[in-house]
Structures are given as structure tokens and as C-alpha cells.
Design a binder for this molecule. Structure first.
Ligand code: 13P
Length: 249
């Protein structure tokens, strides 16, 4: 059975002390699920202390970014080996904030995805169109180009998760309607089926991200091709994150 994945992207929130308090409370209140995995992606400074706390729990640990070299004179960067060494299992690659604020290109993201998987972790590849692209009817074209370029020359597709995050829905309170998300998820699955094969496409986890909250999680998760969510703002408060994790289909 394919498990769903509920992931929290903390972005640039929570000091190590706040992170530890949050995770202790999360572990205490988390139910024992068989059909879903729960992943948290805190800032770099909180990864190590959290990795120690969650060792005997079912929580999974992810990072929000990485560099594509193992070591070297790359001031300010973090290497995949450093992440793997402390128990990080997933790395978000190509989040729209990395693309739009920090100028990450599909080519850079391609190198990151490959390096993450080569190091033995799973990459969460983020794709999604901007508002003006959607309004011009270019959603599928943009998503197709991002998926193809970010996965060029990459064959370990079993080791990645794709997150569809329409930029206009991130942090805006405007969630994509479940059917709007579903049609892009279907498109991505068909694209992966064409590039790789049907089996791989069926087993691929495709997450939706963009203003996911307790009020809309159940509707989103009812869609057949939505295998989980990547949550921003609503994963920072324990009650709302617990309710999202506890979605009912
Ligand atoms: P929000 O849930 O705050 O819209 O953020 C979504 C996101 O960017 C997750 O990566």
C-alpha cells in the first residue's frame, strides 16, 4: 500500500528552543498511523537537536535546501553529507521561494535532486506556476518544463516526491480548489508515465502545497491523485498541524 505523506515546511520560523518544545509536543500527541508518514522540515539550526529527539519516534526529518557538492569553499552552504549524517531523510529542492527570491534555476535544482538521491536521501521536487502564467493558460506548459528540466538525466525516480505548489496559492490563503490541484496532479503523473513508465508513475507520491489548512485538508485528500500535502503556515501551530495530519478521506 502506498502511504500518504504529510509534510510541514517550517520555512524561516522557530529557534532551536522553540523547535524542541514543538517537536516534543508533536510526538506526545501524534497518533499511531499505518497509512501515512509525517515529515517535518525545520530550519538548518534546528535539524540536529530535533534529530536527537525523534530517534525513537515515527516522525521523519527533512531539510529545506542543500548544496550540490559534498564539501569545499562554498561559504554559507550546507552539504548533503552533513544532512545525511544527522539522520535527514528528505530534502526539499526547488521550492518557489528558492526559485523566485534566491534565483534558483531548473539547472541548479536538477543538480540538487541528483545529489540528494546519490547521497541516499529522498528529494521533494517542487514545481508550480505563477498567477500570470495560470491566467495566460500556461499552467501545464510551465509544470511540464519544470519537471522535464529538473529531472533531466535522472533515473532514480523512485527516490523522489513531487510537490505541486502553485505560487499564487502559497501564503496567500487562496488554496487551489481540489479539482484544480487534481488536474495538475493527473497531468504530472501522466508525464512521469511517459518519461519513465506506468508503474513508477502510479507509485509516485505527488503532494499538493499552498494554503493547506485544517478547513480544507479533508477535501484535498479526497482527490485520487493527491497523495499528501506540503504545509507552510498551518504546520507551525501544533493544533492545526495535528488536525491536518489526522485528515479523513
Ligand atoms: P503555505 O501553506 O503557508 O501557503 O505555504 C505552502 C508552502 O510553500 C509549503 O512549502
Amino acid at each position: 500500500m502506498k502511504k500518504s505523506l504529510i509534510a510541514g515546511n517550517w520555512k524561516m520560523y522557530k529557534t532551536p528552543k522553540e523547535s524542541i518544545e514543538f517537536v516534543n509536543s508533536l510526538i506526545k500527541n501524534l497518533k499511531d498511523y499505518e497509512d501515512r508518514d509525517v515529515l517535518i522540515c525545520p530550519p538548518f539550526t534546528s535539524l540536529y537537536p530535533i534529530s536527537q529527539i525523534i530517534k525513537n519516534s515515527k516522525l521523519k526529518l527533512g531539510a529545506q535546501n542543500v548544496y550540490f557538492e559534498n564539501e569545499g569553499a562554498f561559504t554559507g552552504e550546507i552539504s548533503p553529507i552533513m544532512l545525511k549524517d544527522i539522520g535527514v531523510e528528505y530534502v526539499i529542492c526547488g521550492h518557489s521561494e528558492r526559485r523566485n527570491i534566491f534565483g534558483e534555476t531548473d539547472e541548479i535544482i536538477n543538480k540538487k535532486v541528483k545529489k540528494v538521491v546519490e547521497t541516499g536521501m529522498k528529494a521533494i521536487l517542487c514545481v508550480g506556476e505563477k498567477l500570470e502564467e495560470r491566467e495566460k493558460g500556461e499552467t501545464f506548459k510551465v509544470v511540464e518544463s519544470q519537471v522535464k528540466k529538473c529531472l533531466e538525466g535522472f533515473d532514480k525516480i523512485e527516490e523522489i516526491v513531487i510537490a505541486y505548489e502553485p505560487v499564487w496559492a502559497i501564503g496567500t490563503g487562496k488554496t487551489a480548489q481540489p479539482h484544480q490541484a487534481e488536474e495538475v496532479h493527473i497531468f504530472i503523473r501522466e508525464l512521469i508515465s511517459k518519461i519513465y513508465n506506468k508503474d513508477i508513475a502510479e507509485n509516485l507520491i505527488i503532494l499538493y502545497g499552498g494554503s493547506v489548512k485544517p478547513e480544507n485538508i479533508d477535501q484535498l485528500m479526497k482527490e485520487k491523485n493527491i497523495d499528501g500535502v506540503l504545509v507552510g503556515g498551518a504546520c507551525l501551530k501544533i493544533d492545526s498541524f495535528l488536525r491536518i495530519i489526522d485528515y479523513r478521506r
